[in-house]
Design a protein around this ligand. Structure first.
Ligand code: SF4
Length: 477
């Protein structure tokens, strides 16, 4: 998905920019980039490959080359960025968190209008989404009008930072799919996707941008350039999986929401699972849900798997799925004494393809587990996400729940009409689908958290969050 951080400061901004960007490393795995603007709008920019190294280690040697009062940084899951764009507005640097489903149509339109080329395409010819966003921005008379235009044309989502003339423009996606927060400390302002980047750098949360809101951050303050829209569809997955435990969105902390969610799942199981010996979380994403479950159920929390953090400190995601599965296995090490002879209940954030979970369950039985119960912190994933880029495979055909529906319907690919009845929580079809996944994964029992209880655990107005991947519903346009 990616994440960004921007800063404008009375002093030199580089230290805050470096660490602030680094605090977004859990959101992307491919590229890290920083751009800093000096007093004469000269932009220094570096981009590094971070697929197999930490952002900080790659940028350490560059820090002395940067200097200035304003900068933007990005951790990107796909394209090279930030880009430097020469435009009628002058030179600017741009970083985005986006998904552009209609990228080829937008490029074709641009060619028809006489734009001759895009220079940032990958070796396989894929367009750079940040460059396409800049192309749209450049069509209007100001950066702000350009961002609004780009957001109106893009099918998907677009949150953006633009660095120009010592200011940073920060814009949140028009439906607020991804968060953008403004922090403040004496002499500095910052814009971030993760509020977790603020406290250690001394920033206090000043404002959370609303959907479609645009601000310009200067050394004098934060100026609103576009008021927020009425409709928000913030990705619910920030609380389920993506968000860092210390981050808050809409004032709601992710770690606390996950505890409440675990407690809610435990309440659902009350009196039914007295036999379990321990509650475990699949590291790292299942841990907080499992702690919540354990505390509410009065069953001990145990680390039956530990993550090998010394050499797998970050979420390394190779592009090849087979290598990705191998890496996932290498990172998790079972603790035999906590498994052998035990009846365990595991919590995980979600079940996507189920491949890694199936492998985990096989290992648990090989190590002598007597029973393996699984609780997913969110409902079955049935629809692929259309709004954010994910490094985890979310192809619809791969989704474990969708495959179970296909087997029950005896078809290769179920139609949307067929799927509807499986979406009704605890309907006979829903129960059959869940049992299909349970059997495929060889679990003793399997339950998914209901959408209603997940949103209640988060504690947010259901109209303000995106739930498309679970129920196929989105903004009515
Ligand atoms: S479809 Fe799912 S993953 Fe995508 S934005 Fe909506 S809630 Fe998030």
């Amino acid at each position: 998905m990616g994440g960004f951080f921007g800063v404008v400061s009375d002093g030199d901004c580089v230290c805050d920019l470096f660490y602030g960007t680094d605090y977004h490393s859990h959101l992307g795995t491919k590229r890290g980039g920083m751009a800093v603007c000096d007093g004469e709008n000269r932009i220094t920019r570096r981009i590094h490959d971070i697929t197999n190294a930490q952002f900080r280690s790659k940028f350490d040697d560059d820090l002395g080359k940067f200097g200035g009062h304003a900068g933007i940084g990005v951790i990107s899951d796909y394209e090279d960025q930030p880009l430097i764009i020469s435009s009628k507005f002058g030179s600017y640097s741009i970083a985005t968190v986006s998904k552009i489903n209609n990228i080829n149509e937008l490029a074709s339109e641009a060619f028809d209008r006489g734009i001759t080329h895009f220079s940032e395409s990958s070796s396989s010819g894929e367009l750079n989404p940040t460059e396409v966003a800049a192309m749209l921005i450049n069509q209007k008379d100001s950066i702000v009008e350009g961002i609004k235009y780009a957001q109106s044309r893009i099918d998907g989502s677009l949150s953006v930072l633009v660095l120009m003339n010592g200011s940073v423009f920060a814009a949140r996606d028009r439906y607020g799919r991804t968060p953008v927060l403004i922090g403040e400390k004496t002499g500095s302002y910052a814009a971030a996707m993760e509020s977790t980047s603020f406290p250690n750098l001394g920033y206090k949360l000043k404002h959370e941008l609303g959907p479609g809101e645009i601000v310009e951050i200067t050394r004098k303050g934060v100026i609103q350039k576009q008021v927020p829209g009425d409709t928000m569809k913030l990705c619910t997955f920030f609380w389920v999986y993506y968000g860092y435990p210390s981050s808050c969105y809409e004032g709601i902390n992710t770690e606390s929401a996950r505890y409440r969610n675990g407690e809610s799942m435990a309440a659902d199981d009350q009196g039914q699972l007295d036999e379990i010996d321990s509650v475990c979380g699949i590291p790292d994403s299942g841990v907080a849900h499992a702690i919540g479950y354990s505390n509410a159920a009065g069953k001990p929390y145990r680390r039956s798997f530990v993550k090998y953090t010394p050499t797998w400190p970050r979420s390394f995601m190779p592009q090849n799925q087979a290598v990705r599965d191998l890496v996932a296995r290498m990172k998790l090490i079972p603790v035999r004494d906590e498994i052998s002879g035990k009846r365990m209940l595991f919590c995980d954030d979600s079940i996507v393809r189920g491949t890694q979970m199936r492998d985990t369950v096989v290992r648990l039985y090989e190590l002598g587990a007597k029973a393996v119960h699984m609780r997913s912190a969110c409902p079955p994933l049935v629809f692929g996400c259309k709004f954010l880029n994910f490094s985890r495979s979310r192809s619809e055909l791969d989704l474990a729940a969708r495959r179970a529906i296909a087997r029950l319907e005896k078809v290769e690919e179920p139609t949307d009409e067929m799927i509807q009845k499986y979406l009704v929580y605890n309907s006979p079809e829903y129960i059959a689908m869940v049992d299909g996944v349970r059997r495929e994964l060889n679990l003793t029992t399997l339950k998914y958290q209901s959408l209603e209880k997940l949103i209640k655990s988060i504690g947010i107005d259901p109209d303000k969050v995106c739930t498309y991947c679970w129920n196929g519903r989105d903004v009515e346009k």
